[in-house]
Design a protein around this ligand. Structure first.
Ligand code: SF4
Length: 506
């Protein structure tokens, strides 16, 4: 064995699609290539020890790392240790985090080679050169983007263990034609589809092997309606054939494009089988124009309302705080508008400066200040000073615990009342002042805090507050998530990196 493909996933449940693409396309080197995945939080020395266990005496040993925003700090440490204890090991880096701004990264300084952009074919080519010569002269290699039909699909490399216990990421297309400046996919300028029949044959094979949870990483599932309908029909056929053993499919969609044919298909999915991730990001037309995001807000709102009222799809809708031009007031208005539409979850993200994204062109004009450490979260801008941005960060954290968790479904509407953003911000500020904590608040304690806030800040009678919170806590609430999410998805939902990050993860 001479080539090891590795990465640190955010969770065990996330099986790396990128590494499996590389392995599938190794050609004659596939026999001597293996995958070993780790999970972030592993001790760096243990990871190095396990990597080196694959080394064969007297043979060149290549280690390919998939580097992402969530693992770059740890992989930098691992590469540093690896180069100290075994400097002869040849290290190749790839992935979105090392595909841009290559001149100023410590991890790139430590590595032997870097492939930027698409690695499917280029990784195998580089390994061939290293093992058989002529030796590559350059350190940084721009990945070749082959015709889509030349890329071997990796799905048979999902093991039976993966199929049973992990999220299966799949993609029917790559790229995005839109240009939202905070997103790395904005650099693609277009989308490239895989052959849909070949792709669906692979999905069939996964299904026959027992796969039931399919998470599509396509940037915009509803771009090409003909293809979307074909994919939906694949799942509807499975649901019709085995209603007691249902499949579950997750798609990312653009909200303002839902033609009738697609709606018709969506309506046929029973509860617990379909989930949409919908990017709104901002309802503010000035912000949208600043960040080059084209979105028909009225159409988007109408479609979200339609999905809530006429389909069983579970909806996650994304908003991003900290965008240039977005004030607290305009963000609050967008948030309140979204709450009124009634999606099951609002994913409240804070802007991150992903390497290579054009959003930094607004740095001077809007005073954008980003954390220099990954994940490069915005700390302040000219409209939202640091103290307010901190409040938004805590809001997002408590929103996950109280709202998105679905654990306070009866109590949440009382907290939000007629001004959801303002009221939840007051609740968030109070809970932080009371606890000085945003993590590791046990459910018992959280329930007690919610009840206390209702009494102290809302003037509710003690008995009424306790009864309300108890109705959730005792499990009486209509648990929004439980009603429509399958068990497998529930266990992985919180593990999903936020949309902005996930868009660089394929
Ligand atoms: S945010 Fe979504 S629509 Fe916009 S460029 Fe990224 S992938 Fe495309």
């Amino acid at each position: 064995m001479t080539i090891l493909l590795t990465t640190l996933n955010a969770r065990y449940a996330h099986a790396s699609l990128g590494l499996r693409y590389l392995l599938a396309n190794m050609g004659e080197l596939q026999e001597q290539t293996k995958i070993h995945e780790f999970v972030i939080g592993a001790r760096s020395t243990d990871v190095v020890e396990k990597i080196l266990a694959y080394r064969q005496p007297e043979q060149k040993f290549i280690v390919g790392f998939g580097v992402y925003i969530w693992n770059v700090v740890e992989i930098t440490q691992i590469v540093a240790i690896l180069k100290r204890v075994a400097p002869e090991v040849i290290i190749i880096l790839g992935g979105p985090e090392v595909s841009h701004e290559t001149g100023d990264q410590e991890i790139i300084r430590l590595a032997d080679y870097v492939i930027t952009g698409w690695g499917d074919i280029s990784f195998a080519n580089l390994c061939q050169q290293i093992l058989r010569g002529p030796q590559p002269l350059m350190k940084i290699h721009a990945g070749l983007q082959p015709p889509m039909n030349d890329i071997r699909l990796p799905y048979q490399l999902y093991s039976d263990q993966d199929i049973r216990h992990r999220t299966l990421y799949v993609e029917a297309s790559r790229g995005c034609p839109f240009k939202c400046e905070f997103c790395l996919s904005s650099l693609d300028k277009t989308a490239w589809p895989f052959d849909i029949d070949v792709f669906l044959a692979e999905m069939e094979s996964l299904y026959q092997r027992g796969a039931r949870l399919f998470k599509f990483v396509d940037r915009t599932f509803n771009l090409n309606i003909k293809t979307s309908l074909k994919i939906m029909q694949f799942f509807l056929d499975k649901l019709a054939a085995a209603p007691d053993d249902p499949v579950f499919a997750h798609f990312e969609v653009v909200p303002d494009h839902l033609p009738d044919a697609l709606k018709e298909g969506i309506q046929k999915f029973p509860a617990g089988t379909l989930q949409f991730e919908i990017g709104i990001q901002s309802f503010n037309p000035e912000v949208q124009s600043l960040i080059s995001r084209k979105q028909n807000n009225d159409k988007a709102a109408e479609n979200i309302r339609w999905l809530c009222e006429h389909s069983h799809a579970h909806l996650h809708v994304d908003l991003i705080a900290g965008l240039p031009g977005e004030t607290m007031q305009s963000f609050a208005a967008g948030f309140n508008k979204l709450v009124a539409l009634g999606p099951h979850e609002i994913q409240f993200g804070i802007l991150k400066r992903l390497r290579g994204t054009p959003v930094i062109r607004h740095t001077d004009a809007f005073g954008l200040v980003f954390d220099p450490q990954p994940p490069y979260t915005i700390l302040a801008n000219k409209d939202v000073p640091f103290a307010d941005m901190q409040k938004l960060v805590r809001f997002a954290r408590y929103w996950d615990m109280v709202a998105n968790s679905g654990r306070f479904a009866n109590t949440l509407p009382v907290i939000l009342a007629d001004a959801p953003f303002e009221n939840f911000l007051a609740f968030s500020d109070w809970i932080y002042t009371s606890t000085d904590a945003t993590h590791r608040i046990a459910l018992d304690r959280l329930a007690g805090l919610v009840s206390k806030w209702l009494q102290e800040e809302r003037g509710m009678e003690r008995e009424a507050a306790l009864a309300l919170v108890s109705s959730d806590y005792a499990g009486d609430a209509k648990h929004k998530q439980s009603s429509s999410k399958p068990a497998a998805e529930k266990t992985t939902a919180k593990a999903t990196p936020q949309r902005q990050s996930r868009h660089i993860a394929a």
